[in-house]
Design a binder for this molecule. Structure first.
Ligand code: ATP
Ligand code: MG
Length: 600
């Protein structure tokens, strides 16, 4: 229970670790060098041996905010680098000129740092942009053309689609497939010079139109796109396809293990084909990177598809990318989830080769486990009802001592003010008690008609009180509960445990309380698989995922700093909102309840 979240890390093995162990043991990497920066073979030839035992990378496209699925990939890639004395490169896969923005770049870097990882290692910063490699990628394309491994195809998009074949039928060769290399090269250079229209021709790898793997049937590797790129501006009007760019990025960066999600498994033969051709041409250093695929994270009760997340934000179903309901890392942070909780989650779910669903409750439990260790306890009344102690002097006040953490006595106790009028939870009083109800109820009659006294409970860390009655408004709603207290029953004073009561009720002093806004967050969807079948996933949104209440908190909470986390006793874990809290006036978000209310 008190183990640090990462303690288990080194002991959990998985198929990826097995592959790395075997590669290291085989001596395959003994000759690896590192020229101090990414680059083709020449950059690394004759350079000192690589101080990084392995190199992994996290390569997001800067076209959205990171979500919980990315956290799995980040923890995996940066975690492996950490555990093996390697380096994980932070790389923006920004080869697509459209849809990419600086706002996303910034939020991605923030999220990775927040999760506890960095990209400075061995005295160097390993923050890279795929767009910095456009020159190398283009040179590689010219090499493929001159060596007969690529050609410019001038068929229309429709023609190419029609001749690609199917799973059961071979593809058919393009009439341009066997054109002389010099002709393809001239065309490629014209493409680059902007002489041809978007879509009029593409550069294709020349592999095998009869391959059972459709990805090897002469895939397109460069297309014309007259678009401005957010980093390279108008320097290029041709852009590499993702499947071509990615292996080259890995190789230029001397990545040893290129870990991606399972849908890229069918691309691995092309990945290997391409790197082999470029290595045999002397363009890339060996050993070449190895692609490994793992199952992406599928998490119940949320959606992790970029398209759906964009829809939720754009259509206003949530209040922005960092809405605490969203499964984005920016949202999680505001909600009060912790980096340690995510790292624990990543360890616990592990990596596998087959797709499966992880229950949202597993993530919540990881957050609880970490928050339980680090969050000091505080008292909060979320649905306040006035309690008047009739035999307590009106102007008087005193202090009660409450422990900051029940499992960590070394964190000490704090004083909470006590006075004649308190706030208690509305649910801690029943005018007519249900069977088995141990909290406050007034004197009355038993079901058999015999008189019974008002109930006694302990005010947590305070006195034992006995309920004497309640006040109601015209509609019959209870407006205050009345009671008497026993002056010799104060917790921690001699003889106080002579009082035996079953109920224990938390409270804050009305005169001293900090009244503020508290947001009770819950799961974004009420169905485990939003939009399952043909249903519109929006219909499964949980209307109760955000409730805003006005709560009464113990006065110390007024000083909470943004992002400070607490357990509100009996209620759950809360954080002072990092965006909307004002100095001396925090507002709080519920990260997670104390118990899983969704368990079936
Ligand atoms: P898209 O490619 O549709 O824009 P993406 O979710 O793949 O979206 P990327 O920015 O390409 O976004 O992802 C960066 C890295 O995060 C990739 O290496 C990818 O494998 C990984 N990743 C994305 N989604 C998940 C997921 N659900 N589980 C695990 N890893 C993921
Ligand atoms: Mg992707």
């Amino acid at each position: 229970m008190n183990k640090p979240a990462d303690a288990a890390a080194a002991h959990v093995t998985n198929f990826i670790r097995n592959v790395i162990d075997a590669a290291l043991a085989s001596g395959k990497y003994a000759s690896r060098t590192w020229g101090g920066r990414p680059g083709p073979a020449a950059t690394h030839a004759g350079a000192p041996s690589d101080p990084a035992k392995i190199r992994t990378r996290f390569p997001p496209e800067p076209n959205g905010y990171l979500h919980f699925g990315h956290a799995k990939s980040i923890c995996l890639n940066f975690g492996l680098a950490r555990d093996y004395g390697g380096v994980c490169h932070m790389r923006f896969d920004d080869t697509n000129p459209e849809k990419e923005e600086q706002e996303y770049v910034d939020s991605i870097l923030d999220a990775v740092r927040w999760l506890g990882f960095g990209w400075i290692a061995n005295g160097a910063e390993h923050l890279y942009h795929a767009s910095d490699y456009f020159d190398s990628m283009y040179l590689a394309a010219e090499y493929l053309v001159t060596s007969g491994h690529a050609y410019v195809d001038e068929q229309s998009v429709e023609e190419m689609r029609a001749t690609r074949g199917t799973l059961t039928e071979h593809g058919r060769s393009s009439p341009w497939r066997d054109r002389p290399a010099v002709e393809s090269l001239a065309r490629l250079r014209e493409m680059r010079a902007g002489k041809h229209a978007d879509g009029s021709m593409v550069l294709r790898a020349r592999i095998d139109m009869a391959s059972p793997n459709i990805n090897l049937r002469d895939p397109a590797i460069y297309r014309i796109k007259k678009a401005t790129h957010h980093r390279t501006g108008d320097k290029w009007c041709i852009y590499p396809m993702y499947t071509y760019a990615h292996p080259i990025e890995d190789a230029l960066e001397q990545i040893t293990h290129s870990i991606c999600t399972l849908e890229f498994e069918d691309q691995r033969p092309f990945y290997d084909w391409l790197l082999e051709r470029l290595a045999e041409g002397g363009l890339l250093a060996r050993p070449l990177p190895q692609q490994l695929e793992f199952a992406r994270l599928n998490l119940s009760y949320v959606v992790l598809s970029k398209r759906k997340l964009i829809q939720l934000v754009d259509e206003g179903h949530v209040e922005g990318w960092d809405d605490p309901r969203l499964p984005t890392l920016a949202g999680a942070r505001r909600r009060g989830y912790t980096p340690e909780g995510f790292r624990l989650f990543a360890e616990r779910i592990g990596v596998s080769k087959s797709d499966s669903w992880i229950d949202y409750g597993v993530l919540e439990e990881c957050m609880r486990e970490h928050l339980n260790q680090v969050a000091p306890r505080r008292i909060a009344v979320l649905d306040p009802l006035k309690l008047v102690i009739e035999n307590y002097p009106a102007g008087a006040e005193e202090e009660c001592l409450a422990p900051n953490h029940p499992q960590k006595p070394e964190l000490g106790k704090r004083a909470v003010p006590f006075s004649r009028e308190l706030w208690i939870e509305r649910e801690d009083f029943m005018e007519t008690p249900a069977k088995g109800y141990f909290r406050l109820y007034p004197p009355g009659l038993t079901p058999a008609g015999d008189p019974r006294p008002g109930n006694k409970v302990r005010l947590r860390y305070g006195f034992v009180i006995e309920c004497t009655g309640c006040d109601k408004d015209a509609s019959g709603r209870v407006t205050a509960v009345r009671c008497n207290y026993y002056a010799d029953s104060k917790s921690g004073t001699p003889g106080s445990d002579a009082y035996k009561v079953k109920g224990n009720v938390h409270w804050v002093s009305a005169r001293h309380a900090y009244r503020c806004e508290v947001r009770l967050y819950d799961r974004l969807f009420r169905e485990p698989h939003p939009g399952a079948g043909e249903r519109d996933f929006l219909l499964d949104l949980n209307p109760e995922a955000k409730k805003v209440i006005s709560a009464q908190l113990e006065p110390a909470l007024k000083q909470a700093r943004p992002e400070e986390r607490f357990q509100f006793e009996r209620h759950g874990y809360f954080v002072a909102d990092r965006i909307e809290s004002k100095p001396g006036a925090p507002v709080f978000n519920r990260a997670v309840t104390l118990k899983d209310a969704w368990k079936k």
